[in-house]
Each structure stands twice: as structure tokens, then as C-alpha cells.
Design a protein around this ligand. Structure first.
Ligand code: HEM
Ligand code: HEM
Length: 204
């Protein structure tokens, strides 16, 4: 019994994002998925006693510093990503999306860039204004980008938290949409970002 053709069958050479953009996507995704819980759990001083009881003395500060380091790395990679996005444009969709869905996708992708860069800058500025140490993976101290001002630090870190709530919500919607494309629509959108995808329609 033959199955009804899917949009995937109709598009054997599905276009994919440039390999550099795919690599950056998955590296940043892993870092964000790691640093969100580090932020939610290990930047709250109420959690210091059980963090130290579970992971040992000094663990709270180490995990806090790891959060800041990963956040600064995300910022650097997002700037590279902005450049890569302009250098290697997104390929056209193999199966055109409904216009509203394409608009929503474009908006949510742009929102990721703005929220991730904004959150990292707010975190960096908030820590600078506190002022607290900024050791980057124990290798060097990042410069302070704002003069000491405890009240301003509180406002900047409050805004940082709001941005990160928005990022967490967007990640949930984004992953849901990616899986919907893969499992329900089967239209090749997931494969545009899959690690081993072949580039069908080059934008070089
Ligand atoms: C885009 C990357 C980042 C993400 C996704 C992120 C995520 C988070 C999250 C989820 C929280 C907990 C918010 C809350 O529950 O109140 C948090 C808190 C915090 N983050 Fe980040 N963060 C990032 C980058 C940074 C950077 C670059 C720094 C500093 C260099 C930083 C410093 C802090 C600090 C100091 C807190 C505690 C704020 C407070 O106690 O009010 N974060 N972050
Ligand atoms: C958790 C952090 C994540 C962030 C911040 C993120 C961000 C982004 C951004 C900004 C894009 C637009 C393309 C680009 O400029 O690179 C994108 C595309 C994409 N992402 Fe993610 N992503 C994340 C996780 C995931 C996960 C876990 C999946 C799979 C389950 C996924 C699947 C996809 C797919 C399939 C596309 C291509 C969509 C298209 O071409 O229209 N992403 N992502």
C-alpha cells in the first residue's frame, strides 16, 4: 500500500542553513539551555546553603561565576551570529509556509537575537554596577562597563531577569514549533537546522 506523498517527499534537495550558522545555533542553544537553570537556581542567595551542602564549599560562587562566563560567551557568539546571518542569508523554504507562520518565525528569530544580546548586556552591566567580580572561565577578568551604583545595579539585574523569563518562554515555543514541523508537518523546516543536512539552495 503506497503512502500519500508528504511535502518532504516533494522536496528531495531541501535547503538548509549554512553549516557555520547551524554550528553556531547548536552551540548557543546548548549554552543557553545550560545557563538558564544556572541563572534560575544558582544566582539566588537563598539557595546557597543547599548548593554548598550538595556540591561542596565554594560551589555557589563557582556556579555563579560559570553563569556569568557562559552568558558573556553567549554574547560574543551572538555577535558572530549576527555577522554570519548577514553573510549567509537564510535559504528559501522548500515548502512555502503560510504567510502568518513565516512572519511569526521571522519575528521570533529576531526576538531571540535581541533578547539574548539584551539579557547578556544587562547582566554584564548589572554586575559591573554592583560592582562584583567578572572572572571569565577563570582566565581573565572582564572589564566593568558601568560605574558603581548599587541602585542602578538592582534595576539592571531586574531587567536582566525579565529578559531571561522571555527567553525561557520563547525557547519553549520555539522547540515546540521545531518538533511540530518535524513530526506533524514534515515540511523540511527542522532539517534546515539539522547538524548533518546538505545545503540544497546555497546562498553563498
Ligand atoms: C544570555 C545569556 C544569559 C542568560 C540566558 C541568563 C539567565 C539568567 C537567569 C534565568 C537568571 C535568574 C533570574 C531570576 O530568577 O531572577 C539570571 C540571573 C543573573 N544573571 Fe544571568 N543570564 C545570562 C547572562 C548573564 C551575564 C552575561 C551576566 C553577567 C556577566 C549575568 C549575571 C546574572 C546575575 C548577577 C544574576 C542574578 C540577578 C539577581 O540576583 O537579581 N547573566 N540570569
Ligand atoms: C534553546 C536555545 C535556542 C535558541 C536561542 C534558538 C535560536 C534560534 C534562532 C535565532 C534561529 C533562526 C536561525 C538563526 O539565525 O540561526 C533558530 C532556528 C531554528 N531552530 Fe533554534 N534555538 C534554540 C534551540 C533549538 C532547539 C532545541 C531546536 C530543536 C528541537 C531548534 C530548532 C530550530 C530549527 C529547526 C530552526 C530553523 C527554523 C527555520 O529555518 O525557519 N532550536 N533557532
Amino acid at each position: 500500500m503506497s503512502q500519500a506523498p508528504t511535502p518532504q517527499d516533494a522536496a528531495p534537495h531541501r535547503p538548509a542553513h549554512h553549516p557555520a550558522r547551524r554550528a553556531l545555533h547548536w552551540i548557543v542553544a546548548a549554552l543557553v539551555i545550560a545557563t538558564l537553570p544556572l541563572g534560575f537556581v544558582f544566582t539566588d542567595f537563598d539557595n546557597k546553603p543547599w548548593t554548598e551542602a550538595t556540591f561542596g564549599a565554594g560551589a555557589f560562587d563557582a556556579l555563579y561565576d560559570l553563569h556569568k562566563s557562559i552568558g558573556l560567551l553567549v554574547l560574543a557568539l551572538m555577535l558572530v551570529r549576527l555577522w554570519a546571518w548577514r553573510r549567509w542569508a537564510s535559504p528559501p523554504y522548500a515548502t512555502p509556509l503560510p504567510p502568518q507562520a513565516e512572519k511569526a518565525a521571522r519575528f521570533s528569530h529576531a526576538a531571540f537575537y535581541a533578547l539574548l544580546i539584551g539579557a547578556a548586556l544587562l547582566g554584564w552591566a548589572g554586575v559591573s554596577a554592583y560592582p562584583a567580580p567578572l572572572p571569565v572561565f577563570g582566565l581573565f577578568e572582564a572589564p566593568k562597563i558601568v560605574a558603581p551604583d548599587r541602585a542602578l545595579s538592582g534595576r539592571l539585574l531586574g531587567a536582566h531577569a525579565l529578559f531571561t523569563f522571555a527567553i525561557a518562554a520563547l525557547v519553549a515555543v520555539h522547540v515546540g514549533a521545531a518538533l511540530w514541523h518535524r513530526q506533524a508537518r514534515r515540511d523540511g523546516v527542522f532539517e534546515r537546522m539539522a547538524p548533518g543536512a546538505r545545503r540544497g539552495a546555497s546562498q553563498d
